[in-house]
Design a protein around this ligand. Structure first.
Ligand SMILES: *Cc1c(COP(=O)(O)O)cnc(C)c1O
Length: 398
């Protein structure tokens, strides 16, 4: 049953100082720099025209299979299963793995709300683990303590484009006989020990929402090299129609299909994945060069084993910076610069609060209290980045 959840005033009073204030209004009078934007100037339009001219716009169109094959190849996996969002890609993966009521799935406390929600759609329970202060990803040292006889899987999220510690996670998972699912919604093209994320667990999920590194407007994909899993996910995606008798269903499936129109855009975007990732990385390099000397800022890192794709250029505002995170956001907004705060951890969410009452995740909480990300999209120019970095520097002196 859908129910609106609330946090009592008393509970809220205890955590209010950790939760961001309301988003400032961005002044768009002069120069507006959005936090993310898309580039659709490759083959997107020409492929879309082919869809319309050939009359193939539904999910039964040739671009869906082509996009699945090309994207899976780009990731280094055998199979891709395109679907209508990153959230349903997670649900579909969990469902195809047979995860359901009574099961537990481990996720970072610091992540996007779709992750625990997708687990709950199966009837299983999300179990939270805090994240590391350096990579902002699941802290493997705290993982084993959260495993119970009911645990079935770990969802490793590559937060803001930085790969999670997949070898260490895989080691624990092997020992405890658990599935590893990568949520790579924020990390298209990222690498870990020379391999692409999306190919490092049993299965991975991607989102192609408009602000992600490659987009189909709305969309998602499962990547895996497990043929059986891919086949079952494909069946469940499409109402589990049976092959031999059309309106005959052995599973209660879903309609999680992607349209040919979305796949046409996705294929064109996949063709330029390297370029889009290169742009994110060069944006980050320049930001770091310009912001590195400012006191009180913690800038995003890249661990030795991985290649961060900096989906969003996130930073933490510490005491010495000179103004608070929310003040910095307000000052940037007055100059047309849009920012976002970091995720509010799952155990603070009204929709999940009761489930995790009394649990605390200090690193996730401090990221929530101090983190924000700067404009990070694919159309940023060097001048835009310099303008943003100067505005950050001015904000602390004001
Ligand atoms: C965006 C995102 C999702 C959800 O993807 P949608 O396509 O919006 O459903 C899931 N997990 C993470 C980590 C995300 O960033």
């Amino acid at each position: 049953m859908i129910e609106k959840s609330r946090i009592s005033e008393e509970d809220l009073a205890k955590i209010r100082h950790l939760i961001p204030g309301p988003d400032p209004v961005v002044n768009k009078d002069a120069r507006f720099i959005p936090v993310a934007d898309t580039r659709l100037d490759g083959n997107e339009l020409s492929y879309l025209r082919q869809c319309v001219e050939s009359n193939w716009i539904s999910s039964i169109g040739p671009f869906v299979g082509q996009f699945e094959r090309e994207f899976a190849r780009a990731v280094g996996c055998e199979f891709g299963v395109a679907c209508s969002s990153g959230t349903v890609a997670l649900h579909l993966t969990l469902a195809a793995l047979g995860i359901g009521p009574g099961d537990e799935v481990i996720v970072p406390a610091f992540t996007m709300i779709a992750v625990p929600n997708a687990i709950s759609y199966t009837g299983a329970t999300p179990v939270l683990v805090d994240v590391r202060p350096d990579t902002w990803n699941l802290d493997v040292a705290q993982l084993e303590a959260k495993i119970t006889p009911r645990t079935r899987a770990i969802i490793a999220v590559h937060t803001y484009g930085h790969p999670a510690e997949m070898d260490e996670i895989a080691r624990v998972a092997r020992r405890r006989n658990l599935h590893v699912i990568e949520d790579a919604a924020e990390a298209h093209g990222a690498e870990y020990r020379g391999r692409r994320v999306g190919s490092l667990g049993h299965a991975a999920t991607f989102s192609f929402y408009a602000n992600k590194i490659i987009t189909t407007g709305e969309g998602g994909m499962i990547t895996t090299s497990d043929e059986e899993l891919a086949g079952l996910a494909r069946t469940l995606r499409d109402h589990a129609f049976s092959r031999e008798r059309h309106f005959w269903h052995s599973y209660r499936g879903f309609n999680y299909r992607m349209t040919n129109l979305q796949a046409a855009v996705g294929l064109a975007q996949t063709e330029r994945l390297a370029q889009l990732v290169g742009q994110r990385r060069s944006n980050a390099r320049l930001y770091t060069e310009l912001l590195d000397t400012l006191p009180g800022l913690t800038l995003p890192r890249e661990c030795r084993e991985g290649q961060n794709v900096f989906w969003m250029y996130g930073l933490m505002v510490g005491e010495e910076f000179g103004c608070s995170r929310d003040e910095l956001r307000a000052r940037l907004a007055s100059q047309g610069i849009e920012t976002r705060t970091f995720f509010i951890p799952i155990h603070f969410q009204p929709a999940w609060f009761d489930q995790y009452r009394s649990q605390r995740y200090p690193v996730s909480e401090s990221l929530c209290q101090r983190g924000l990300y700067l404009p990070s999209g694919a159309t940023l120019t060097e001048a835009d980045i310099r303008f943003v970095a100067e505005a950050v520097e001015r904000a602390r002196r004001r």
